[in-house]
Design a protein around this ligand. Structure first.
Ligand SMILES: Cc1cc2nc3c(=O)[nH]c(=O)nc-3n(C[C@H](O)[C@H](O)[C@H](O)COP(=O)(O)OP(=O)(O)OC[C@H]3O[C@@H](n4cnc5c(N)ncnc54)[C@H](O)[C@@H]3O)c2cc1C
Length: 267
């Protein structure tokens, strides 16, 4: 196996332009599992750990190489909440937000936050830079619109993030668990809510009808909240698999979204 270790972004982009078939390695917490289980046998690896530009976190621009360990200590409430639920301390020390996007698992824990705030994903290659909205980037189960010669370089957050924001996930255990359902709810200063859900569709999704309904209600009565939860349950697109059933996921998506929304209202 040929392993390249570029020490800067330019060098990394050059290496990838020369070998677009190469496999990118960040923290390795997804990739090494696949290699260990013989699901992948890369001939050529470009290891990104020395690329310092990817580790920069400057306000709303979060480098792809920022680890969940740093994110959990960061100032953004729901982002820190979700980071705390990723794997174990060892996984969070190595695992990066760029890797979470690169894997594009429907259960990726960073995705509901990124969808709720309408984040963009920055991609760079020797051909230039492009920025895609989360739903232009995540296009299917483990599928993204990244071209082979592109690096995910950063997540770009909107200028103003709603102050009220909550993330939580449901799983078969309370720690070290892949989400059965995950959700992020944000409520802005005008009281407008956004709801994003993970692990209940091929990609993370926004419950737009539920958002529209609750945003049109001036009184968040019990009946309105119940209808909000019902609409979320209806809008998600879960499957039954080894982790859970479609029915349970629909139910949990509604309950979790309502709970997070109520928490936002209390803060
Ligand atoms: C025990 C365990 C527990 C876990 N728990 C969770 C959990 O609770 N929640 C969760 O969401 N995930 C979890 N994961 C999955 C994993 O930790 C995360 O998805 C993590 O964010 C992957 O980041 P990484 O840097 O390790 O990526 P890597 O494994 O290095 O790479 C993952 C993929 O992304 C690509 N890639 C990496 N960086 C870039 C880049 N800059 N540009 C383009 N492509 C890139 C790689 O080529 C690869 O295909 C767990 C994994 C393990 C082993």
């Amino acid at each position: 196996m040929n392993i390249e270790r570029p020490s800067g972004l330019e060098e990394g982009l050059e290496a990838l332009a020369a070998s677009p078939e190469a496999t990118l390695l960040a923290g390795g917490t997804d990739l090494m599992v696949e290699i260990n289980y013989h699901a992948r046998r890369p001939e050529h690896v470009i290891a990104l750990r020395r690329v310092k530009e990817l580790k920069e976190w400057d306000g709303r621009r979060l480098g792809a190489g920022v680890t969940f360990r740093r994110i959990e200590q960061g100032p953004i409430r729901a982002l820190a909440q979700l980071a705390r639920t990723v794997g174990s301390p060892q996984i969070r020390a190595a695992g990066t937000i760029g890797g979470n996007l690169g894997t594009a698992s429907p259960a990726g824990d960073s995705h509901p936050f990124l969808a709720a705030c309408d984040a963009h994903i920055e991609l760079q290659s020797r051909r230039g830079t492009r920025t895609l909205r989360w739903d232009e980037f995540l296009v299917g189960v483990k599928r993204t619109s990244r071209q082979d010669d592109e690096l995910i370089t950063a997540v770009v957050l909107p200028e103003a993030l709603p102050r009220r924001q909550e993330f939580a996930k449901v799983g078969v255990r309370s720690a070290m668990v892949i989400a059965t359902v995950s959700a992020c709810v944000m409520v802005d200063d005008e009281g407008q809510a956004r709801v994003a859900l993970g692990a209940v569709g091929p990609t993370v999704l926004r419950a737009r009808r539920a958002e529209e309904m609750i945003n049109s209600e001036s009184e968040k009565s019990d009946a309105a909240l119940a209808e909000f939860a019902r609409l979320v349950s209806e809008e998600v697109k879960p499957i039954t698999d080894h982790r859970s059933t479609e029915e349970y996921r629909r139910h949990a998506a509604g309950v979790l979204s309502r709970r997070l929304f109520e928490r936002c209202l209390r803060t």
